[in-house]
Write a protein that binds this ligand. Structure first.
Ligand SMILES: N[C@@H](CCC(=O)N[C@@H](CS)C(=O)NCC(=O)O)C(=O)O
Length: 220
């Protein structure tokens, strides 16, 4: 049996959660409260870097969400999420890397603003939107008129970029500027895996409260 250690609000966990659901793999979920569970000795024994997600399968512990995604595809190839043609393989990896290396840092000030953490200047927000727009244009170019990044089939490119997609509007990135991306987001949101893993407004409000309390306690 697969054991998946995660927290439902983590974007790094969500890509694994979506993959598990899309692949229809049975798993047991252990939910961590990142207020401290990740520092408990039993969890540090699984991941000395105190991060979720972690997957344990048949005594094998896998950390790092991208390693987990690779492992799942190698071990459980049915309901494959892997691109196959050379062009699709390149697109899949480009989209994954651009998401973590370009999108994540670009939207950092927008995420903080959305969550009400810290004070972002207007200039920082405008710059973040500009950088994010370059990523959204890249996505739209790669998607072109296909249903998914690599064509007809959902792949890890869609899983990785697509777990950010439901947040674009709320981050202040108007999706009407990218009609094909908007339709792709809609397509993903109709899938049970996205619906099951989408945090509710209450989940987000609770996270916001917890983070604000933690920051106040730290005098930030
Ligand atoms: N590169 C890691 C990043 C994992 C990560 O940063 N997880 C965060 C939650 S999104 C975490 O566990 N934070 C708690 C901590 O670092 O103590 C991955 O992709 O799995």
């Amino acid at each position: 049996m697969l054991t998946f250690y995660h927290t439902p609000l983590s974007i790094n966990s969500r890509r694994v959660w979506v993959a598990l659901l899309e692949k229809a793999l049975p798993f047991e979920a252990t939910v961590l409260d990142l207020g401290g569970d990740q520092f408990k000795p039993e969890f540090l024994g699984l991941n000395p870097f105190h991060h979720i997600p972690v997957l344990v399968d048949d005594g094998l512990t896998v950390i790092e969400s991208f390693a987990i995604l690779d492992y799942l595809e190698a071990k459980y190839p049915t309901h494959s999420l892997l691109a196959t043609t050379p062009k699709a393989v390149a697109t899949q990896r480009m989209v994954q890397m651009v998401t973590v290396n370009e999108l994540v840092p670009a939207i950092n000030p927008l995420t903080k603003k959305m969550m009400g953490f810290g004070q972002e200047t207007e200039e920082a927000i405008a710059q973040a939107k500009q950088k994010a727009a370059v990523v959204l244009k890249f996505y739209a170019d790669k998607l072109a008129d296909q249903p998914f990044f690599c064509g007809e089939q959902l792949t890890l490119a869609d899983v990785v970029a697509g777990t950010f997609a439901p947040w674009f509007e709320q981050l202040g990135l108007p999706m009407a500027d990218y009609p094909t991306l908007q339709a792709w987001t809609q397509r993903l949101m109709e899938r049970p895996a996205w619906q099951t893993t989408q945090p509710t407004a209450q989940d987000l409000a609770a996270l916001r409260d917890r983070m604000q309390q933690r920051m106040a306690a730290q005098g930030q």
